[in-house]
Structures are given as C-alpha cells and as structure tokens.
Design a protein around this ligand. Structure first.
Ligand code: NDP
Length: 341
C-alpha cells in the first residue's frame, strides 16, 4: 500500500479537535491527506485551509450536501456535534464516499440505525472513530488478557472524568445541550470505559444499570454531569464505569481476573504517556509507553482498510452496540432497574 495514492479526506466541522488533532495527524500520516474542508462558516473554512499545504477546496455544509468538490476527496471525516453526524454521513454515502465518523456515532439509537442503513444502502465503508483501538498500551493490555495472564476476567473498572467548563468555558456549548449531544458524561466520555471494556474482553454487553446526576445549573439540560453504570458481559464479567464532566481530570481502565490483573493508567486522554501494569502469579510488571499519536494511527488504519478492502474493526454495527448500551444507562437510571440489551 505504500505506493498507492493516499486517501483524500474531506473534514466536516472545523472545531478544535479537527484543527488541533485530526489535521496534524493526517498531515503526519503516509496513507492519507486532507484535501477539502467543510464548515458552516465559509471564511473559517478558507482561513483554516490557508494553514494547510494539501487542502484544495473550502466549502460550506450546503455545498457539501449538493456534492460540491466531490471529485477532490475519497472519504469523509465527520466531526460535528453528535446529533449533527447523520445528515453528513447520509450525503457522503449518497456521493459514494467512505466515512470515518466521530464517537458517539449519533445522539439516538434511531439516528444511529439510519446511519448504518444509509452506508449499507450505498455500499460505502463506515468506521466509528474510537482512538483506543489504535493505542499501543491498550492493544498490549488486550494481548495480555487474550494470552490468559489474568485468567478469566471477572471485573473491569473504567473511569474518565474532566472539568468540561474549565476546558471549554462556555455554558452554551453543545455538550451540555441534550438535543445536540444526546447526553453528557455518559455519551461523551463514559463511552471510553464501555467501548474499551468491549475491546479488552472481546465481548459485547448484555445488560446495563446505572445512576446519573446533574448538580450545577449549567448542566440543567442534561441528566448526567456525573454518571456511574454497570455493564454486564456474558459469563458473569461485570464492568463498572464512571464518567464525570465536572470532576478532576483522571482516567484509567483495569481488568481483574481469576489469576491476575491488568491496568492502564492514564488510559483515555490523547496526550498522556501510558503505563501498563500487569500482576500475575505473585509478580508485577510495569511498562511505560511513549506517547503515540492515536489519531495518526487511526487515520492510517482507516486508510489502510480503504486501500486494501479490509473491513474496519469498529464498523457501524459496532458503534450501534455502544449507543444501545449508553441509552440503556439513561433508561435504567430513570427507572431504577436493569435494562436488557
Ligand atoms: P467543537 O464544538 O470543538 O466543534 C464542533 C464543530 O462542529 C463546530 O466548530 C462547528 O464547525 C460544527 N458544528 C456544526 N453544527 C454545529 C452546532 N449546531 N453547534 C456547534 N457546532 C456545530 O466540538 P468537538 O470537535 O470537540 O466535537 C465534535 C465531535 O467530535 C463530537 O462528536 C465529539 O464527540 C467528537 N470528539 C471526539 C474526540 C475523540 O477523542 N475521538 C475528541 C473530541 C471530540 P464549523 O464552525 O466549522 O461549522
């Protein structure tokens, strides 16, 4: 594949993640390049395009839906608020373009199902952008579990928390708006513990229960400033996940089994150097991982899949499992009972 033409990306939605993480990652990769920028604001698109050597076209959302510049890109990266993913994926699919869509894939189960249907109908590849699948420390943890070092996994503990109003000091931001986000801590960052548990266990959830709470007035529109939920996997493996948009910056994931334990900490933020800790048979091993650019690895992996025809690991059906489980957490929190998936 080294000699193939790189996959040309159109990036839809020019927020901080696109500008500061995705565009540099694609520029650093060998298998892809950014050639088209799509924004609600033409001037913004043009000024961001001026910072890139590869971007040839800067267009608006309306122009994108009309198929403008479609000869200038092969695939689309969708990075708008959660409830604004579907229309762009549908237009991309109609134009025959493959899609890398940010997590969580959409704000409701119904819209996530429509996304999968649109991509199937038009025969385009859909991958959901989970950074952890290309994170070396998480991948090694998965190998260690698969090789039997923890025995049978019994518990997963995962946490991700951050003070979102300090990171983005805007009470009107879309993450606090139920209609645009489909949920706050659970949907936005609880998804990391859930999805990484699935990846590490190589299993899908069967049941969820949980509690959510919003305390500060800025979180009045969403039920989950803080969330704690339990995810049951087959064979009585339980994942306990916590997520907060108003607690200190922290993240870890730990798998405890009948014969040992594996922990990655810090786990989920893109900028950390990670430590993998393995306990087994009375001995402990600590491995430090240099920081790798997860986004570069993710774009290279997706591009590799498109160039070789390989199916990506995190396809639309994979993403749907998370949306069903996370929506089950809200339902369970409201009713105070477990939700079968
Ligand atoms: P931002 O608020 O920084 O940017 C979102 C962009 O979407 C805006 O800049 C805007 O771009 C566009 N947009 C379109 N419609 C709206 C609207 N109604 N309100 C606000 N913005 C709108 O968000 P993020 O970049 O942080 O998040 C975007 C997506 O990426 C989300 O799905 C999020 O979950 C995901 N994400 C994933 C991360 C990961 O680690 N995988 C990390 C961060 C985000 P424009 O002005 O160009 O139109």
């Amino acid at each position: 594949t080294e000699t193939a033409d790189p996959i040309r990306f159109a990036m839809v939605g020019l927020g901080w993640w696109t500008r500061e993480q995705a565009m540099p990652a694609v520029a650093a990769g060998d298998l892809c390049e950014t050639t088209v920028l799509v924004s609600g604001d033409r001037e913004k698109a043009v000024s961001v395009a001026d910072t890139s050597e590869t971007v040839a076209r800067a267009i608006t959302y309306e122009e994108f839906h009309d198929g403008a510049a479609s000869e200038a890109y092969d695939a689309v990266y969708v990075v708008t608020p959660n409830a604004r993913h579907l229309p762009f994926v549908e237009s991309a699919a109609e134009l025959g373009k493959d899609v890398l869509c940010e997590k969580p894939m959409e704000a409701t189960i119904n819209r996530a199902e429509q996304m999968v249907a649109a991509c199937n109908e038009h025969g385009v590849t859909l991958m959901i952008a989970y950074r952890m699948h290309t994170e070396p420390a998480i991948r090694r943890a998965r190998d260690v579990i698969e090789a039997g070092y923890v025995g049978d996994p019994v518990f997963v503990h995962g946490n991700m928390s951050e003070p979102i109003l300090e990171l983005v000091p805007d009470p009107d931001q879309w993450r606090l708006d139920w209609e645009l986000s489909g949920g706050c801590a659970t949907m936005d960052i609880g998804i990391y513990s859930l999805n990484t548990a699935r990846f590490l266990l190589d299993a899908d959830p069967v049941r969820v229960q949980g509690s959510v709470a919003s305390v500060q007035e800025e979180f009045a529109d969403v039920p989950d400033e803080h969330a704690a939920f339990q995810v049951d996997f087959p064979d009585h493996t339980f994942a306990v996940c916590t997520a907060s948009q108003n607690a200190t910056m922290a993240s870890h994931v730990r798998v405890t089994g009948t014969e040992g334990e594996v922990r990655v900490e810090p786990a989920f933020y893109p900028w950390d150097e990670r430590r993998l800790h393995v306990s087994h048979g009375g001995s402990d091993i600590d491995v430090s991982f240099e920081q790798s650019d997860q986004m570069e690895e993710e774009f290279e992996y997706f591009s590799h899949c498109l160039l070789t025809g390989e199916d990506p690991y995190a396809d639309g059906e994979h993403g749907l499992v998370d949306i069903r489980a996370l929506k089950g957490v809200y339902e369970a929190a409201e009713d105070g009972r477990a939700v079968e998936l």
